[in-house]
Design a protein. Structure first.
Length: 350
């Protein structure tokens, strides 16, 4: 039986990306176009993000198809991010995919953006399969899941306020570092001493037990406030320039310690020593190294390359291929949904 070719389209935020996937892991073509306009504002401007997708999507599709010499008419199915994300940006991809699927008479598969991040490591490592405990960390989401099998997930923890990626962006802006904040903070932190400005580990206390609702949850609003207060103190003292790298290192250490500690609580609670990292923040080298170090030789960490950790069309195509195998396709009235529920996720009882 011939393996299906699925075209994956991603436009949930500020990356326009398209990939052509054959089977479960053969990427025949992949194009990612990032938007630079947001650097001016120090963060993503939703309306500008949506507008920036419009004039380039055709070219990004063409770029993804060209390496294999495949025409759009040869594609077996189309997958598109239907949510969550910025609704205007999502609509660009959804409308394009709906029109193409209708014109070609091909199935269209709506994809949940965060579920797609779960599939990204499997595109490069065939062993990145459930069961695993997954830490999904991005600009808009922070989730800790136990994946028993594809499509069947149990929520262990989530953010009570800000996502990890948002915290990195806001701290970078507070420190006067360029957008995107994650790479900027990571770069500055390499030159800093985290011990010079110790920050709290939010919602991480020794006396917590597994039946505590906050046991695996995270929070970053207090940590952001602590950084902002310290930065203002240093600015008033005229020492911010000299201390910027140290503050970045202290924040990053606190954030990573919190994320790794919460993940290891999930490992202990489930008995599953296989950990998968997904989402843009998972490209952070310090996070990767600390997770591996603390999980130890008895565990296994699955990671995507930095390119596949960011928002990308290949992970959308892979998730679409899985959903298509279950017979799931979109109805003609498919619309973008900025708060699309995570499919197959078993949430905790109140």
């Amino acid at each position: 039986m011939n393996e299906l070719m699925v075209l994956g389209i991603e436009s949930s935020c500020d990356e326009t990306s398209v990939a052509l996937l054959k089977g479960e892991s053969s990427i025949l073509g992949h194009s990612i176009l990032s938007q630079d306009v947001h650097r001016i504002y120090g963060g993503v401007v939703p309306e500008l993000a949506a507008r920036a997708h419009l004039p380039v999507l055709d070219d990004v599709v063409r770029s993804a198809l060209e390496p294999s010499g495949t025409s759009l008419s040869q594609v077996d199915a189309l997958g598109v991010t239907a949510g969550p994300g910025l609704v205007g940006a999502l609509l660009v991809g959804v409308c394009w995919a709906k029109a193409a699927a209708y014109a070609l008479d091909r199935p269209l598969v709506p994809v949940h953006h965060m579920e797609a991040h779960l599939f990204a490591p499997s595109l490069e490592d065939p062993e990145a399969q459930p069961p695993f405990v997954a830490l999904l960390v991005s600009g808009g989401h922070t989730l800790l899941l136990h994946a028993e099998e594809w499509g069947r997930y149990r929520l262990l923890g989530e953010t009570r306020d800000d996502a990890a990626g948002e915290a990195f962006d806001k701290v970078a802006k507070t420190l006067g570092l360029p957008y995107p904040g994650g790479p900027s903070v990571e770069k500055a932190a390499r030159k800093g001493d985290p011990a010079r400005h110790p920050f709290p580990r939010p919602m991480l206390h020794r006396n917590q037990s597994p039946d505590d609702p906050a046991y695996c949850d995270v929070s970053f609003s207090g940590l952001k406030t602590a950084v902002a207060v310290r930065v203002e103190e240093l600015r008033a003292e005229g020492r911010l320039e000299a201390e910027r790298a140290h503050v970045a290192a202290a924040f990053q250490e606190a954030a990573i310690d919190t994320l790794v500690s919460k993940t290891l609580r999930g490992v202990e609670a489930t008995g599953c020593t296989r950990v998968l990292l997904g989402g843009g923040v998972s490209a952070n080298r310090a996070l990767r190294e600390e997770m591996g170090r603390r999980l130890g030789s008895g565990g296994r960490v699955f990671l995507a390359s930095p390119r596949l950790s960011m928002d990308n069309g290949a992970m959308i195509a892979r998730a679409a291929a899985f959903r298509l195998s279950l017979g799931e396709t979109a109805e003609p009235e498919l619309n973008a949904d900025a708060s699309l529920p995570f499919p197959g996720l078993e949430r905790r009882s109140a």
